[in-house]
Structure formats: C-alpha cells, structure tokens
Design a protein around this ligand. Sequence first.
Ligand SMILES: *[C@@H]1O[C@H](CO)[C@@H](O)[C@H](O)[C@H]1NC(C)=O
Ligand SMILES: *[C@@H]1O[C@H](CO)[C@@H](O)[C@H](O)[C@H]1NC(C)=O
Ligand SMILES: *[C@@H]1O[C@H](CO)[C@@H](O)[C@H](O)[C@H]1NC(C)=O
Ligand SMILES: *[C@@H]1O[C@H](CO)[C@@H](O)[C@H](O)[C@H]1NC(C)=O
Ligand SMILES: *[C@@H]1O[C@H](CO)[C@@H](O)[C@H](O)[C@H]1NC(C)=O
Ligand SMILES: *[C@@H]1O[C@H](CO)[C@@H](O)[C@H](O)[C@H]1NC(C)=O
Length: 308
Amino acid sequence: MTTTLLKCLLLHTVTSLEEFIWKHFSNKTFVIISSSFDNFEPLTPIIHSYHSKVITTSRNAPNLGTFTNYIIVGKEPNDLISSIDVLKYKINTRGRYLVIIEKNCTDDAYKSVFETLWSAYIYNVVLYANLTTFVTWYPYHAHSHCGTVVNMVISQNPYNNKIPKKYDGCPVNVTWDVIDLAIKTPFNRTDPGYIIRLLDTVAGNLNLSIIYLKEAIPYIALAHLSGTYDDLKREMVTKNIDLSIVTSGSSKLFEPELDITHFFLEECIFFALPPRRKIRLGISILLIFSSEIWGLILISIWQDFEKV
Ligand SMILES: *[C@@H]1O[C@H](CO)[C@@H](O)[C@H](O)[C@H]1NC(C)=O
Ligand SMILES: *[C@@H]1O[C@H](CO)[C@@H](O)[C@H](O)[C@H]1NC(C)=O
Ligand SMILES: *[C@@H]1O[C@H](CO)[C@@H](O)[C@H](O)[C@H]1NC(C)=O
Ligand SMILES: *[C@@H]1O[C@H](CO)[C@@H](O)[C@H](O)[C@H]1NC(C)=O
Ligand SMILES: *[C@@H]1O[C@H](CO)[C@@H](O)[C@H](O)[C@H]1NC(C)=O
Ligand SMILES: *[C@@H]1O[C@H](CO)[C@@H](O)[C@H](O)[C@H]1NC(C)=O
C-alpha cells in the first residue's frame, strides 16, 4: 500500500515536471545545468525524453547564451550560488529558468534562490518547490518593493508579464559624462543633451525616478587615457550606480564585466550596467538589491525605442 502510494506520488511529481516543461518551454531546446549528475530521480524522465536538450555541469558549461530555456538543478540552495557565479557570463539572463532543488526547503531558503539569480540579472525564474509546487516572483510588482523583497506566488503563466509597463517610481542611479550634444548636463532642464532628454522621457513613461550622480567622474576621458573602463566599474560598484552612459568604438573595453546594450542612434553610445555582484554565501542572508533592477528596465527602454 505504502509503496503504491509512493509510486503514485512520484509519478505525479514526475508527470507534472514534464508537463511543466512541455507547457512552458514549448518545443524549444532547453539546457539542463547541474552541479553534479548523481541519481536524481525526478530528472531521469526529463533527461531521457525526446525533447531536444543540452546537458552540462555548471563548471564545464560552454557558452550557452543562445538558448532561452534553462533548468538549473542543485542539491541545496547554496549550490546555486556557485553555479550562477561560474555561469553568469555564459547564459542568457533574459531566458526562462526553472530551478529544481533536490531537498525540501523553507520559504526563506527558496527566496534566497530567487535572490541569487536576481543578483545575476536573471529575473524570469520558476522554482519547483519541495518537488511539488511551482512558485515564482515578480521583481517589479509593488509587493516586491522595487526588487528588494521576494514575494513568492503561484501563477498559471509564471513566465509572463515579468517586465511591467510601470515601475511605481522605483529609483535608478545613473552616472554620466559629457558627450558632445548627447549629454551636456542632466541638471539643465532646458538643454541637457538629447540622450538625457530621451532617458527622462522613457523614465517618465515607465514611472521610474532617475537620480543623476551629482559629482560624476569623467570616466570617458579616463577610459581614453587608460584604455579600460575600470574607473567606471569601480565608481558603479562603490556608489551603487545602476546605469551609465558610455561611448566607444570597441566593446572590448567593457567585457566581460560591464554589460552593455547595442549602441543606438547613429552614435556609438551605449548603456552600461554595473558588474554583476559577488553573491554572499549563506542562505539566511537576504541580500539587499539595487543595481540589478536596471538590467531589466533596459529591456523596457529598448521596447520603447523600438516602438518609436
Ligand atoms: C515546434 O515549434 C515550431 C514553432 O515554434 C513549429 O513550427 C514546429 O512545428 C514545432 N514542432 C513540433 C514537433 O511541435
Ligand atoms: C516546502 O516545505 C516546507 C516544509 O518542508 C514548508 O515550510 C514550505 O512552505 C514549503 N514550500 C512551498 C513553496 O510549498
Ligand atoms: C517534501 O515536501 C513535500 C510537500 O510538502 C512532501 O510531500 C514530501 O514528503 C517532503 N519530502 C521530504 C523528504 O521531506
Ligand atoms: C508613480 O508611482 C508612484 C508610486 O506608486 C505614484 O504615487 C505616482 O502616482 C506614479 N506616477 C505616475 C505618473 O503614474
Ligand atoms: C542651460 O543651457 C542653456 C543653453 O546651453 C543656457 O543658455 C542656460 O543658461 C543653461 N541654464 C542653466 C541654469 O545653466
Ligand atoms: C543611489 O546612490 C546612493 C548614494 O550612493 C545610495 O545611497 C542609494 O542606495 C542608491 N540608490 C539605489 C537605488 O541604488
């Protein structure tokens, strides 16, 4: 009796994991990343299914940035920290992620998993909690207080609508440097430069509050002198900057630490995001976010530009 019950439970678990993958990854190739591949029963049918997939350990992962669906498996929440640390420049942060932790965990531990991925700009995450329930969170929902609080929910369409249209005035720190006509000074309302005007318009439409750094260093000139954007990187980390505006013919100056957008308009002008953070070990520490907010908002900015 007990074994039958156990089998039923197991069967149910497995089926729903498979159903989830069919439903939400449609028929696209997905990536399974695990710190190790010792026998983990719920995954077996997925690994042996006909679905096209790439299977790798995090440590030996090749560049996986072209994929959009990922399953990350860990024995416990802390495994995710080291996995994400080695994967962060090899994966598509805008993809759909399913995280499976082998052990049952407390809600705080699950929240720390979402935070771990969020700190690497990965926001579209569903967690298979206790191997029974699919939970997610909405970083930009008012309940998440601009991404500082994880509010776990169960949703029928857990990957949809992660990027909202409005941000309830969430703050964004921006550093800037003079770029010809593009940026003169954000503090002159009548003539700030066209990039500042554009940014302010987009921020207004999204209801974001942009805070321009008052004493910004001349990081573009410094980069021309030294050949790297190291001064900017340092500045962004120490002053909690979410976004900077840079110009350069070569993305080599930034890589791999600063994420930059494609240049826009006819100029070589980019947005740059701060280096991804080191994640502190220990699941009981709930990280406080700020910088990560920006990666996502950029996407909205782009969506807005594309509409224009
Ligand atoms: C997979 O999806 C593509 C479009 O996304 C569709 O054209 C194709 O027929 C699908 N294949 C299968 C086997 O469902
Ligand atoms: C998972 O199980 C633990 C107890 O083992 C419980 O505290 C927690 O709320 C459960 N989480 C979810 C999301 O079901
Ligand atoms: C994990 O949690 C699920 C759902 O709460 C429960 O059915 C299962 O027995 C738990 N497993 C362990 C090993 O505690
Ligand atoms: C922006 O969000 C804040 C906080 O939710 C709200 O009070 C304000 O009315 C919003 N502004 C606009 C223009 O929607
Ligand atoms: C703003 O810029 C315009 C044009 O460059 C200039 O005439 C004006 O004095 C500036 N305003 C302030 C407050 O600096
Ligand atoms: C903006 O910068 C200030 C000063 O460095 C910092 O206190 C604040 O937390 C930052 N704001 C955000 C949203 O990161």
